[in-house]
Each structure stands twice: as C-alpha cells, then as structure tokens.
Design a binder for this molecule. Structure first.
Ligand code: GLC
Length: 538
C-alpha cells in the first residue's frame, strides 16, 4: 500500500506543458500531449507529476500570469483534457500536483479589470496593492522596490494611482491581507482538490505578504546569500495563510500536499514546512552547490538536519524552468556558475563534460533519502539551447531589461521525441514550428534513440529509479565514509554505496558489486574515472 504521506520519498517529474508534447500540432505543448506520453512517464518510474501552469492566461510570463484559476487555457486544451490526463496518471499509479500562483494574478483577471474600472478606495481596488504615488503630483512610484524582471515594481494607471507588481506589469500583486482574497484562493484549492489533484506547487510562496507600510528597501532583493531579502519577502504573517490551507487540504484526507517555492536560507525555508503548514519546500541549496565534494556534503547534511527539525523530509532539485539546465551549467569552466541564460555571445559549455557530470550527479541525487524533483528532459541529458537567437526569446525578464537579464527560454525548449521527425517529434502530425526553436543537437538526445539503448541517459535514469524503489532509498539514512581524496565522495544509504568522483583523476573503488554506473557498463573495472559515479551493492 502507498503510504498516505507519499511525498516524503517521492520522485516528482516537472512537466512544463508548453514544451512537453504537442498533440494538436500547433507548435505548443498541451494536456492531450501529456496524456499521450503517460506510458513513457510510468516506464521512467517517477511517482508523481508536477505541471507548470496551464490555466487561462495571456501568457505574458508563460502562464505564471493567471487570468482564470478554474479553467484550462485553450492553448493547452480543456478541463476535460485535464480530467483525462489526471485519470490516466492515477491509473498508472502516478500522483499529480498542479501549480498555484497566488502572489499575483494576470492583469487580465476579471478582478484586475474590475479594479481598473472602479474608483480608488473601492473594494475592487482593495484586492490588489494600489497606492498613491510620491512627489508633488504623485508622479513618483510609492516606493523604490524593483520588479524581479527589471524596472520599477510599480505601474501607474490612468487616474494616477500606482499598482504593485513584483514581477511583470501584467502580474499585479494581490493584497493577501484582504479576507476576500484568502477566501477566493481557498476555493480555488477546493476546486482542484475536488477534481482529484494530489497537491500544489506554490509559486513565490514567500512573497504574498508585504510589510504593511511598504518601506523603501535599499538592499538587494534577490539572491542575497542564497535567499531573497527585504520587506517584500518572508513576512511572518504569510504562515497564517499556509496554516489555513493545510486545513483545507485536510478536508480531502491526509494524502494531499503542498510544496513551497521559497528562495530563502534553509533556516527560514523550514518555517514553511512546519507540521501544520506545507509538506515540502524546494531545496535550492542543493541546486546552488558548487562542484565540490565538501560543499555538496555540507548541503546534504544541513538539508536533512534542518528539514528533520520540523519532521519533514528534504527535496533534491538540480534543474527547473527558471534557470540553465544542469547538463549545461556543469559543462562551464566554472561548474558552480548559475547563469539564468547562456546565449551565443557567452561562454559555451563543454557539452560532453556537462552531460558526463549530469549523469554522475544524478547517481548521488537519486541515492539520497527524501524526495527528488526532476525537470522534464533531464532524463535525456538535455542541455539548454545555448545559442538561441534573441529574436525568439519571450521571457519577460529578458524583454524588460533590454536583454541584459532573464532569458530563461534556453531551458524551456520543446522536448525531442523522434530524432528524424520535424520538430523532433514534439508536434504530432502537422509540421508546425515549435514555439521556441530546438537546437540541431537535440537529435542526439531524442527519446526514440535512447529508448532501447542500454547506455543511454534515459536507461540510466530508469535503472536508478527502479533501484531506488527496490532498495527503498527514499526512506533510508546516510552514512558517510572516509574518502581517499577530497574530490571523491563515498556515502552509503542502506545496502547501496555511492562513489562520486568529482575530480579528473581515476580513483580505486572499494569492495562491492557495481550495480549502476554513470558511464557505459564496460567502463572502468575496479577504477572509477573522473566526473563519474557508481552504485555499489554491499
Ligand atoms: C516563480 C516561477 C517563475 C515565474 C515567477 C512569477 O519563480 O517559477 O517561472 O516567472 O514565479 O510567477
């Protein structure tokens, strides 16, 4: 029987619906495409799927600007398509979690339209963060906050008031101190829970409550020592919201969950996963660790210790739709660099080295206790499109900064399913152009050529996921071993010992039968080459 708290050791696969599979041939992925590929996902061996937004949206931030939280955008299909996808996933034993975007709506949401059509001080405006400007005629923004996507976080409307948007102008922030906002979202949760979803990924979970007086902030807002800082983030009151949501989920049993996207330091992140709040939070520290044994080990120990302080398990993440894929990052001359974008003018990753390291790091990741998140395509070893011409880029961060920043498009490129088909089989039937161009190299990564190749990255992922399940690694405990060198890690979880060689010189393997290898089977004998890993059975 599946444990009700299934998420504690689950491997959860992130689907970016725009780029997973396009069933209707219009160049944009869709829910019917996900349904078509459920057998592929079940064969991969993941426990659950997380779908990035597919709701009605003008798509100014690829769907993270929601105009109707209770409907599917025609780009992706219909609610019936959603129900079919959900039922199909459940039939195959996979859970499904959906993305909830509560910090802001789209500017095309009916509430925001009503707010614009209503006078200042009206209840319609009170659902958002409207304020008078500063300066003699209110011509200056109410404070100096910057949008994460660049430029001021305020936009002025015709009658002179300003509204806050921590992201794009098309993403006005809601006022979460307004009870009407809280009630509406509790009902949105019920809407999806009632349809049968198993949980929610909560977008910008640390952003919903702002310090009441909206003071100026002269510090950095983002990524200060690995976390966000300032009066717009991580206010204590935000936890009231999650305590309420916890109870809403409990109305549907004890097997529904929430995972927080909160870019904060670990000691602050764990406050979101206290027993009466959310169940999980993304562990971005793991994603941000450098290619160094001591740093990885520290992050792993700290992550496990801090989440167990609140009775939760940790999550391991290497890639998502917001930054360069790890197969590309790890091929840079500084494998600890985390650019949001790699463009033609930037240093190009060493693709073979990046892939080799990506295959090695997944051997560590999937041996760790807790839960792991995979980003679609990483099971193929997929790199970013690192030479995408700027004219194709759609990321609002890129557009708002005149190309200086943002540009997350490179990690969002449609998946290659068939090496020799138009759009590499991403679009069924018609020869529509995919919404973002795919690099020619994607032919090498296509599912059809990896499917039956025993040494492919896809086969490696399948094997590791099956072994992880057989040996119950998600529920295990780590024991570290003295390592022969400081660029080699040796750690056991139950019967499995992982040896990860982060250096370039080979290292002798300890005793034990090699049951998985990041390099083709023939490699090595009792020596492990550099940038490689094995699982040994003791
Ligand atoms: C989250 C999402 C990102 C989005 C932003 C605004 O960070 O992951 O894709 O742009 O929130 O909703």
């Amino acid at each position: 029987m599946i444990h009700p708290q299934w998420w504690r050791d689950a491997v959860i696969y992130q689907i970016y619906p725009r780029s997973f599979m396009d069933a209707n041939g219009d160049g944009m992925g869709d829910l019917a495409g996900v349904t078509e590929r459920l057998d592929y996902l079940a064969a991969l061996g993941v426990d659950a799927l997380w779908l990035s937004p597919f709701y009605r949206s003008p798509q100014c931030d690829a769907g993270y600007d929601v105009a109707d939280y209770r409907d599917v955008d025609p780009l992706f299909g219909t609610l019936d398509d959603f129900d079919r996808m959900l039922a199909g996933a459940h039939e195959r034993g996979m859970k499904v979690i959906v993305d909830l975007v509560p910090n802001h709506t789209s500017s095309e949401h009916v509430w925001f339209r009503q707010a614009l059509a209503s006078p200042s001080g009206s209840p319609e405006r009170a659902r958002y963060m409207f304020r008078e400007g500063r300066g003699e005629h209110g011509e200056l923004p109410p404070n100096n906050w910057q949008s994460i996507f660049g430029g001021p976080a305020w936009t002025r409307i015709d009658d002179g008031q300003w509204y806050l948007h921590m992201f794009d102008t098309g993403q006005p922030d809601l006022d979460w101190r307004n009870p009407e906002v809280r009630e509406e979202f509790e009902n949105v949760l019920r809407f999806w829970l009632g349809r049968g979803v198993d949980g929610f990924r909560v977008d910008v979970a640390h952003g919903m409550i702002k310090q009441p007086d909206l003071p100026d902030w002269d510090g950095e807002q983002v990524m200060v020592e690995g976390g966000n800082r300032g009066p717009m983030w991580d206010q204590d009151e935000v936890h009231d919201i999650y305590r309420r949501w916890h109870r809403v989920l409990a109305e549907y049993g004890d097997d529904r969950m929430m995972v927080a996207e909160a870019w904060l330091k670990p000691e602050r992140v764990i406050r979101y996963i206290r027993p009466d709040e959310m169940q999980q939070a993304f562990n971005f520290d793991y994603l941000m660790a450098h290619w160094k044994a001591d740093e990885l080990r520290n992050v792993i120990d700290r992550s496990i210790a801090s989440s167990s302080e609140v009775g939760a398990t940790t999550t391991w993440v290497m890639s998502n739709h917001d930054g360069v894929r790890h197969a590309s990052r790890l091929g840079l001359s500084d494998p600890g660099a985390r650019p949001q974008k790699i463009g033609a003018e930037d240093e190009q990753p060493d693709e073979a080295l990046g892939l080799r390291r990506a295959r090695a790091i997944i051997m560590l990741t999937l041996a760790l206790p807790g839960s792991a998140y995979l980003y679609q395509g990483e099971e193929l070893g997929l790199p970013d499109h690192t030479t995408m011409p700027d004219r194709y880029r759609q990321d609002p961060g890129f557009l708002r900064t005149g190309g200086e920043d943002g540009g997350r498009d490179g990690c969002r490129v449609p998946l290659p399913w068939r090496a020799d088909a138009p759009a590499f089989g991403f679009s069924d039937g018609a020869a529509a152009e995919p919404w973002l161009p795919q690099p020619v190299s994607y032919a090498r990564y296509a599912v059809d050529i990896q499917q039956d190749a025993p040494d492919s990255t896809l086969s490696l992922y399948r094997r590791l996921l099956a072994l992880r399940r057989d040996y119950n690694l998600g529920r295990g405990m780590l024991v570290w071993h003295v390592s022969p060198r400081d660029d080699v890690m040796r750690v056991s979880n139950g019967d499995i010992t992982v040896v990860l060689n982060l250096g370039s010189a080979p290292v002798a393997l300890p005793e034990g039968q090699v049951i998985a290898h990041s390099l083709p089977e023939a490699a090595g004998g009792r020596e492990l080459a550099g940038n490689a890993a094995v699982w040994l059975l003791s």
